[in-house]
Unconditional design. Structure first.
Length: 355
C-alpha cells in the first residue's frame, strides 16, 4: 500500500525550529520515527502470530470433532470469532505490506487469510481500504462514510425520505445491533466486487472463496446437525462482525469530516484531525489489533502494528509542538461520542465538534 507522504515544500525546517509550514509538517515527524527504526520489520511478532493462529484454529476444529452432534459445540463459536478477528488483523496488515519479506509474501498471506480463512475478497478489501486511507472521513471519497443504512452527514440525511429517514432518526439506537451484520456484508460486497474484476482476478479469488465456504460449511455440516450448524454460523458470524465493526468504528466516526474546502492538505493534516486513538492496555491492544493507535497507523500505514505503541508518544509530542489537535479517549468515551454524533445527524441537529 502506498504511503501518502507530504507534497513538495519549501526548505525543510530543522527539528528544533518553530512550527513548520503545513505543507512540510510531516517530514520532521517522519525523521523522528525513522531515527527510532520503527519502520523496520517485526519478524518475530508475525511468526509468533501466525503460529498461534494456526494452533488456535486447529484446537477449535478438534473441539468441534470431540463435541460432534452436541449443542455444547456452540460454545466454540465465540472462540472462533475471536480467532477470525485476529486473522482479520493479519489480513489487514498484509494489505498494508507490513509483513517481513518481499511484497509478494504479504499478498499471498493476505489471500490465504482473507479469502480462504475468512471468505472475504482480499482484493476488494484492499481497494476499499486504500480509498479510506487516502481520504479518511471525506464524504464522497471515503467508502467508510458512504451513504447507506447509516447516515454520516447532514447532506446524506437531507436526501432521505420514508423508511430511510426513519432509520436515520433512530440510528444511534440501532447502531450496535447493525454491527453484527458486518461480517456478512464484507463477504457479500467482496463477491459483488469480484464480478467487475478482470477474469484472472475473478478466477483466482473466486476459487479461493469457494474453497473457504466448502471447508467452513462442509466441516460444520459434517460434525454438527443442520440446525446446530445454522446456529453456529449465526453466533460465530454475528460476533465476528460485531468485533470487526466495533474495532473500526471508534477510530474515525464522529471525527472531523473534510469537504474539500480546506484546499490540498498535506498527509499530516489530512490524517490526524480525522482519526481518534483509543487509550490502550494489553487487552485493548489485543482485541483492537493495535488499531487503537489509529493516528499512528494512518500516518504510517506500512509500519508493523507491533511498533505503533512505541510511535504513539513521538507522534503525540510532535502534534503538541505544532499545535495540531491529537485526540485519544477511553473506549467507552469513544462510543459515547459516536452515538451522540449519530443521534445529532439522524435527528437533524448540528453535531458537536470533537476536536
Amino acid at each position: 500500500m502506498t504511503t501518502h507522504l507530504a507534497t513538495a515544500a519549501p526548505a525543510e525546517p530543522a527539528l528544533g525550529d518553530a512550527r513548520p509550514t503545513e505543507r512540510s509538517a510531516f517530514r520532521p515527524l517522519l525523521k523522528r520515527i525513522k531515527a527510532e527504526d520503527l519502520m523496520g520489520p517485526a519478524t518475530l511478532f508475525y511468526v509468533v502470530t501466525g503460529i498461534t493462529l494456526v494452533v488456535a484454529t486447529a484446537a477449535i476444529v478438534a473441539g468441534l470433532a470431540l463435541l460432534s452432534d452436541q449443542w455444547w459445540a456452540l460454545l466454540l463459536a465465540p472462540a472462533l470469532a475471536v480467532v477470525w478477528g485476529q486473522v482479520s488483523f493479519l489480513a489487514h496488515d498484509a494489505g498494508h505490506k507490513q509483513l517481513p519479506g518481499p511484497r509478494s509474501l504479504s499478498h499471498r498471506v493476505g489471500l490465504v487469510a482473507a479469502n480462504v480463512l475468512l471468505g472475504v475478497s482480499f482484493g476488494y478489501w484492499n481497494d476499499k481500504h486504500d480509498r479510506h486511507h487516502a481520504n479518511p472521513n471525506h464524504e464522497g471519497l471515503d467508502p467508510d462514510v458512504a451513504d447507506g443504512i447509516i447516515t454520516w452527514s447532514e447532506h446524506q440525511r437531507a436526501t432521505k425520505t420514508g423508511l430511510r429517514r426513519w432509520l436515520a432518526r433512530h440510528q444511534a439506537g440501532l447502531f450496535f445491533p447493525l454491527l453484527t451484520f458486518q461480517g456478512w456484508l464484507l463477504q457479500l460486497e467482496g463477491i459483488a466486487w469480484l464480478r467487475r474484476r478482470p477474469r484472472a482476478t475473478r478466477r483466482l479469488e473466486g476459487l479461493l472463496l469457494v474453497l473457504h465456504f466448502a471447508l467452513y460449511l462442509g466441516l460444520l455440516l459434517w460434525l454438527l446437525t443442520p440446525l446446530q450448524a445454522l446456529a453456529f454460523v449465526a453466533i460465530h458470524e454475528g460476533i465476528w462482525g460485531f468485533m470487526l465493526a466495533s474495532v473500526f468504528a471508534p477510530n474515525h466516526k464522529g471525527m472531523e469530516m473534510p469537504d474539500g474546502s480546506d484546499g490540498r492538505l498535506d498527509h499530516l493534516h489530512r490524517q490526524v484531525p480525522t482519526s481518534r486513538n483509543i487509550i490502550g492496555s494489553p487487552l485493548v491492544d489485543f482485541f483492537m489489533g493495535g488499531l487503537n493507535y489509529q493516528v499512528e497507523h494512518h500516518l504510517f500505514p506500512s509500519m508493523p502494528r507491533a511498533h505503533l505503541k512505541a510511535a504513539q508518544p513521538i507522534v503525540e509530542e510532535y502534534c503538541r509542538e505544532i499545535e495540531l489537535p491529537y485526540v485519544k479517549v477511553a473506549m467507552a468515551d469513544s462510543y459515547g461520542q459516536i452515538l451522540r454524533y449519530l443521534h445529532a445527524v439522524g435527528t437533524g441537529r448540528r453535531p458537536e465538534r470533537l476536536v
